[in-house]
Every structure is written in C-alpha cells, then in structure tokens.
Design a protein around this ligand. Structure first.
Ligand code: PLP
Length: 414
C-alpha cells in the first residue's frame, strides 16, 4: 500500500478492477456504490467520456515535452475564469507540493517566517505542515493555546518551529495572534473537510480576511478538497471571501494527478521574476492538462452542481432521518458535495476539539456493514458525491444504510 491514508480501510483494503459512473467493481466482481471517490477527486464519476477522450487524444501526440502546450494554456485560462482569487496559476502534481510553493511564496513576499495553521486541518504530509492534524486528547494542550503536535514519527522538530497552531472558528484568537505582526500567512481549509465537514461560523472568514489585511498577512485557502467540488469557484466563491492565494487538487482533474496554486498576479509573478523557486519535471504534464481542461469545461458548462446539490441533500436528509427514527444521537453536517456523518454527538461540531467526542468505533462498524451491502463510504465519516449519483443510487444507498444501521445497533438494543 502506497499511502498511509488507505491503511484505515476496513475490514481490508479492496482490490479494485474498474470504475463505472458512481460504482467501483472489485476483483471479486462486487459492484459497490462509491462514496470514497478516490478520496474526493471523482466529481464527474469514474469514467467521464469527455475527460478520458481528451487525455487519450493528447497521449496520441506524445507523453512529456518540457515545454508549453495548448492544453496547459486552456486549463490555466479556465482556472482563472472560474476561481475568484485566480489571476495567475501554476500547476503541480499534488496538493502537498503546491502548498509548499504557497508557503515559500508567502515567506518571500512578507519577509516573515511564521505560518499559522489550525488544529484538525490537513495541508499535506511534509515535515513543516504536518502538525496538529489529529492530535490525541492527552497531548493537545489547552483549547485556547493548542500545543503543536507532530503527526509522524521521524518528523524534524526544527521544521515545526515556523508553524503556530490555533483552534479554528475563533475570530478573537486569530485577531490577537496576528496583531503581533510576525505571521507570513494564515493557511486554512475554508470549509473544514478533514475533520468532520465544518462550515465557518458566520463572520469568521470575513474576520480572518480583515485581520490579515490589517497586519500585512497573506490569507491562503487550502481548497484541495473544496476546490471545484463545493462550486465551480470553490469554497471562496460559495462563501464569498477571496483569499490572496489558494491551492487546488483532487476535483480539478477528476482523478488525474494535478494540483494548482492560484492567486493575485502581483504575488504569483514572483515565481517568474522574484527569485522564488517552484519546479517539477511533471508539472503541467500534457495528458493531465488535457484532462483538466475537459473537467473544467464540464464543470463550467454542465449541470453538475445542481445534480449534486439535489441528490446530496436527499442523501444527507435521508441519513439524518434514519438516525433520528432510531433515536441515535448523530450529526450530519457539511454541504451536499462533501458532508460528514458522526455518531454519538448531537450538538454542532465547530472545530477539532468538538469532533473528539465522536463515536468512531461504532461508525467504523457501520461502514463495514454498509460495504457488505454494496456501499463504500469512508470510515472517518466523510461522504463525497459525484454528479453520477442519481436518485436511484441514493435510494439504494438509503435502503442499505437503514439495514446496516439496524445490524450495528442490534447488540446495543438487545
Ligand atoms: N490539503 C487538503 C485540504 C487535503 O485534503 C489534502 C489531501 O487530502 C492535501 C492538502 C494534500 O493533497 P495531496 O494528497 O494531493 O498531496
């Protein structure tokens, strides 16, 4: 297995043969309704014809050129057309990488070293950002002054010296920290999807924007999950707050390895003219750029978001109703394209600390029971929708959910 984030798949990692629309077919021939969606990317489903065809046509022309292609220009133009903060864009191969480019750029522009991140937010697995992503309760420190907790053995402690950690959704704490005037950038998931699916409190993003402006701090939205998923312009369009820089991945290319850093031209130009290095042999790989352009055209021109909003809302409401009918304390929160189901808690989850009360053990048994009924959902509670999840697929999912829930609750009830 090549990513630790697949180690949590229960009861055992699956061997997948192929994908079709909202389904995966495993090596045993099981047809599974898929809510993993490759951990988020497959917003158009598993085999969108136009995307696959665009990649094939580009592949027929060759593989890699270390030069510009029309496909790259078109993909870049589409990102700039769709995303509010995007005046210029650079492509890379993974979210992890482009986040590093964003942080380097922020330090170069501001001349400051410290980056502020939030508990429970994930910005890639590298030493300088993988802090306090899922810290255990006994090491978190006080809520108002979270400890900085390394996420991996072998992580360089010195790489954490330039990161400060705060609790999210607390405007006063953020303002107070920025007033010290030493922070290069604030990086956050604007709609927090790696811990639960948490909306910003009313006014929180506005307060963050204002505090950054007042203190000369750059605001970076990590939209690797939310970008091109919660709307064609990402969370920044849906929530109407424009950051200085934003990072994208996942849905931008429906499963091809593409990521992007986009933002204000006066900042982005520093890569070309200001001595800020960003490189990569495979950046803007022609085949993936052709796929990206095809995905972005589909997202711009089709009814993808209307379909996802309608069917995702039905699924969220249906799951909440099934849990309520059985008297199970639970939260279903987020937006139709990416929502989260948590058991054992019925008050709103507003930050990482709130999410620690969730009953993960029962939920993991529930996802195993779902899998046995042909529905593949993430063990950590997230549900990703594609535009291929139609009314029939949602009905089937809800029937499986009811049945799985009854199986999981039985020992408790009896
Ligand atoms: N940022 C966020 C919000 C993510 O969810 C992820 C991956 O899940 C990343 C960054 C890292 O992206 P990648 O896995 O493409 O390196």
């Amino acid at each position: 297995m090549s990513s630790n984030f697949r180690l949590g798949i229960r009861p055992t990692p699956l061997v997948i043969e192929r994908g079709e629309g909202p389904y995966l077919i495993d090596a045993d021939g099981n047809r599974l309704i898929d809510y993993y969606l490759g951990m988020g990317p497959m917003i158009l489903g598993h085999d969108p014809d136009a995307v696959i065809e665009a990649a094939r046509r580009q592949l027929d022309k060759g593989i890699l050129f270390a030069g510009q292609t029309e496909a790259e220009f078109e993909a870049a133009r589409l990102v700039c057309e769709l995303v509010p903060c995007a005046e210029m864009v650079r492509f890379g191969g993974s979210g992890t990488e482009v986040i590093q480019a964003a942080l380097r750029l922020a330090r170069a522009v501001t001349g400051r070293r410290t980056v502020l991140k939030f508990e429970g937010h994930y910005h890639g697995w590298l030493d300088n950002v993988h802090w306090s992503v899922a810290p255990p309760a006994d090491r978190c420190g006080p809520r108002e002054a979270p400890a900085r907790v390394a996420g991996s053995a072998g992580q360089d402690p010195a790489a954490g010296e330039a990161i400060d950690v705060l609790g999210w959704n607390d405007a006063d704490a953020l303002r107070a920290r920025l007033e010290r005037g030493d922070v290069a950038a604030v990086i956050m998931e604007p709609l927090m999807c790696n811990t639960s699916a948490i909306q910003p409190e009313p006014g929180y993003l506005e307060a963050a924007r204002a505090a950054c402006d007042a203190t000369g701090t750059l605001l970076i939205f990590d939209e690797v999950i939310t970008g091109f998923r919660v709307s064609a312009g990402g969370a920044q369009a849906r929530l109407d707050i424009t950051p200085d820089l934003a990072t994208f991945g996942k849905a931008i290319a429906n499963g091809f390895p593409v990521a992007a850093l986009a933002g204000r031209a006066d900042l982005m130009e520093r890569f070309a003219s200001g001595g800020v290095l960003h490189g990569g042999t495979y950046n803007a790989h022609p085949v993936t750029m052709a796929a990206t352009a095809a995905v972005l055209r589909a997202l711009r021109d089709g009814d993808v978001y209307d379909r996802i909003e309608a069917q995702g809302r039905r699924l969220m409401d249906g799951i909440a109703a099934l849990l309520a009918e059985r008297g199970v304390p639970a939260r279903v929160q987020g937006v139709p394209a990416i929502f989260h189901v948590a058991l054992g808690i019925d008050t709103p989850i507003r930050n990482y600390r709130d999410s620690m009360a969730v009953d993960r053990e029962t939920y993991t048994r529930l996802t195993a029971a779902l899998l046995a009924r042909g529905v593949r959902a993430l063990e950590r509670g997230a549900w990703f929708l594609s535009c291929e999840h139609d009314a029939g697929v949602i009905d089937q999912t809800l029937a499986a959910f009811a049945d799985a829930l009854d199986e999981v609750l039985e020992p408790v009830a009896g």
